[in-house]
Design a binder for this molecule. Structure first.
Ligand code: GLP
Length: 243
């Protein structure tokens, strides 16, 4: 538990940077990092860029897999997760763009795209560290309430609450928010060797309570991580109001 969202970002960035550094730089075996979008991880990306600029961490031998992407939103749309990641992170660090993996929500065959993504993760040797955020309804990536906890990368229809929550990025116009997304499954994240969840704000307090103080439930998909051997929740004080 950290005092503020800023402190959560700082802690998370230092933690991720340390994990990358511990993994000896090795072009034969890249550090595989799973990454989220959303406003919560923004601060962590800013701090990671700072740490990179200070020479504390390099991403030359890091391979990334993003959690999710909207279906049908042009790749260069400012709100696509592709744009988000390049704008806010990748273009400021020394990562090889060939090592960046983001689901293509405009692929001709979306099911094939999802299966390929799972294959690419496997081929990379699995995810070393998956960093995630969660929605106020406890969804992780776009695994909406009711998603199977055994789910893998697939197409998901977004529920009304998520569309509502994301409308702020689309001029508050519900009709402009994409209704479907490609997302890694709960099991895809569970398969990572380590999981770190960032959670800030009083509006997520109920989700944190459901995540760690009640039973595992597919209605609060983040609760699945109770079954993971190595998971850390980094929360600000506001997010702990229901604990
Ligand atoms: C979206 C993303 C999630 C993210 C959630 C919370 O639904 N698909 O991966 O965790 O938003 O976003 P924010 O951090 O902006 O609250």
């Amino acid at each position: 538990i950290e005092e503020s969202g800023e402190a959560v970002a700082e802690f998370a960035a230092r933690y991720v940077a340390r994990r990358i550094r511990q993994f000896s730089p090795n072009p034969e075996k890249l550090f595989v990092l799973g990454l989220p979008t959303g406003s919560t991880p923004l601060g962590m990306y800013k701090k990671l860029i700072e740490l990179h600029k200070k020479g504390f961490v390099s991403f030359r031998f890091v391979k990334t897999f993003n959690m999710d992407e909207y279906v049908g939103l042009p790749r260069d749309h400012p709100e696509s997760y592709h744009s988000f990641m390049f704008q806010n992170f990748f273009r400021h660090i020394d990562i090889d763009p060939n090592n960046v993996n983001i689901l293509d929500g405009n692929a001709e065959d979306l099911e094939k795209e999802c299966a390929e993504y799972e294959r690419k993760i496997e081929e990379a040797g699995g995810v070393e560290l998956f960093v995630g955020g969660i929605g106020p309804d406890g969804h992780v990536a776009f695994n909406e309430p009711g998603s199977s906890l055994a789910s893998r990368t697939r197409i998901k229809t977004l529920n009304a609450d998520t569309i509502q929550a994301n409308a702020r990025f689309f001029e508050n116009d519900l009709s402009k928010v994409p209704t479907q997304a490609l997302t890694v499954g709960v099991q895809t994240v569970m398969d990572a060797k380590e999981v770190v969840i960032l959670i800030t704000g009083a509006h997520k307090a109920l989700a944190l309570h459901k995540a760690i103080e009640e039973g595992v439930s597919h209605m609060w998909t983040v609760s699945a991580f109770q079954m993971h051997p190595l998971v850390t929740f980094i929360a600000d004080e506001d997010a702990t109001l229901e604990l």
